[in-house]
Design a protein around this ligand. Structure first.
Ligand SMILES: CC(C)(COP(=O)(O)OP(=O)(O)OC[C@H]1O[C@@H](n2cnc3c(N)ncnc32)[C@H](O)[C@@H]1OP(=O)(O)O)[C@@H](O)C(=O)NCCC(=O)NCCS
Length: 415
């Protein structure tokens, strides 16, 4: 079966996480992704957080599936000539270098357009135009500057970053959407275009509800926050612990075994539509009609007490038992799954969201497959390339170089 992006060729100048997540997604959709790496060095993540000596790290392998790797010194004269030919032969160039790096190599956007007017040139940067546009940025800098850290954690604790890589993988996802949208427009216009995704913007996009709450704060306390009614609100959105970001209050509650198991918890949402079912299951039927509890408005000032009461019930069940009882009652809830449990979850294996991949030097490992499922373009996850594994193949197949020409570029030290 064909793939959605068959025939699309990507010149992949990405490294670390944000850019590679984008090009990995495009590769899963069928694009031919040519990862260009510095000779002898490669993507820095190949050697970072290694679990096995001298073997590409899981950090690298889990972000670079389904790609080909070639080495090329793009600052070398002969390397620049090869790069120019690659720009002519590819549809999209993706990069996430520090600001200005591609310009310094001699390939600003204007030059790329001259070489190939159909080329889509897509970049991740930490910040968009403004005071920080020249700054290097990693994940947690984006979380801190995009509004996530100041609104995450508990009221009495410091700003907190989340374990989800919303700055890196979140921005990679946005960039991938920008690229396929630009490819779609190119079908009509015949022209390439510049695609930019800033990590700060991408994090803020995911913190939309917090900007909503910043404006609501001008009109009174945020009644679904744990600070209401007894705590204090300042002039900025506070950290809301485990409160739900929506109109249906929620909290993380202890389940049986919480004393020894750090993940024996369940997320419990007191959705208004199922309030009678909640009251019945926890043995508080009198709350169904009691005006002090019967409406969402009446419940808001008592959420701490209500969740403490529900917790007395959840503590009598393990998280799976609680889920099994609550789900048939349509009460929205979810067990806190450890990464060990996620890795072993059969349904995630069945859908290819968690996949086992074989690698020639590290052996078998688990990875996260394509989270986006297309019925006509199934994704199979193939291993990440070794450094420079496809250099000659790409120079021959994509650029049509002869053996003698390849030997010349190699002798010059450009590949
Ligand atoms: C992630 C980041 C902080 C890493 O910084 P870094 O390790 O110093 O890497 P840089 O991007 O600055 O690249 C280093 C140099 O290698 C050079 N280089 C990279 N690939 C090369 C190649 N194939 N041939 C020759 N030179 C190469 C670059 O041109 C750059 O040189 P310059 O500084 O002379 O311009 C930075 O790239 C960045 O801010 N990127 C944008 C935001 C981003 O994506 N962050 C998320 C990371 S998950």
């Amino acid at each position: 079966m064909g793939k959605a992006l068959d025939g699309v060729r990507i010149l992949d100048f990405t490294h670390v996480q944000s850019g590679p997540t984008c090009t990995q997604l495009l590769a899963w959709f069928g694009a031919d992704v040519i990862k260009v790496e510095r000779p002898g060095v490669g993507d820095a993540t190949r050697g970072q957080l290694r679990d096995i000596p001298d073997v590409d790290s899981l950090y690298f392998t889990m972000l670079n599936h389904n790609k080909r790797s070639m080495t090329l010194n793009s600052k070398h004269e002969k390397g620049k000539a090869v790069l120019e030919s690659l720009i002519k032969a590819c549809d999209v160039l993706v990069e996430n270098f520090a600001p200005g790096a591609l310009d310094r190599m001699g390939f600003p956007w204007e030059r790329i357009q001259e070489i190939n007017p159909r080329m889509i040139y897509a970049s991740v940067k930490g910040f968009g135009p403004g005071p920080y546009e020249d700054c290097k940025v990693y994940e947690n800098v984006a979380q801190c500057t995009g509004g996530a850290a100041s609104t995450t954690g508990f009221d009495d604790g410091p700003p907190t970053v989340t374990g989800a890589q919303i700055g890196d993988s979140g921005t990679g996802l946005n960039l991938a959407l920008g690229i396929v949208t630009a490819l779609f427009q190119r079908e009509r216009s015949g022209r390439g275009q510049r695609v930019m995704a800033a990590m700060q913007d991408s994090v803020l996009n995911l913190c939309r509800v917090k900007l909503r709450d910043q404006q609501r704060l001008a009109h009174g306390p945020l009644k679904e926050y744990p600070q209401y009614p007894d705590g204090q609100f300042g002039d900025a959105v506070p950290r809301s612990g485990n409160a739900s970001g929506g109109g249906q209050p929620g909290w993380i509650l202890k389940c049986k075994g919480w004393e020894s198991d750090p993940n024996a918890y369940i997320y419990f949402i007191t959705q208004a539509a199922v309030w009678p079912a909640i009251c019945k299951v926890i043995g508080k039927e009198e709350w169904i009609e009691d005006p002090e509890y019967a409406t969402p408005e009446a419940r808001l000032p008592k959420l701490v007490h209500i969740f403490a009461t529900i917790e007395e019930w959840t503590k009598t069940k393990n998280k799976v038992e609680a889920m099994d009882i609550l789900n048939p009652l349509n009460i929205p809830c979810g067990p806190i799954l450890s990464m060990k449990e996620v890795a072993a979850e059969p349904s995630l294996r069945a859908t290819g969201t968690v996949v086992e991949v074989d690698h020639p030097t590290r052996g078998k490992y688990l990875s996260v497959g394509n989270p986006i499922k297309l019925s006509d373009s199934p994704s199979e996850v193939t291993r990440s390339p070794l450094l420079g594994e496809h250099t000659e193949e790409i120079l021959k197949d994509v650029l049509g170089l002869s053996d003698a020409e390849i030997a010349e570029v190699r002798a010059a030290g450009a590949i």
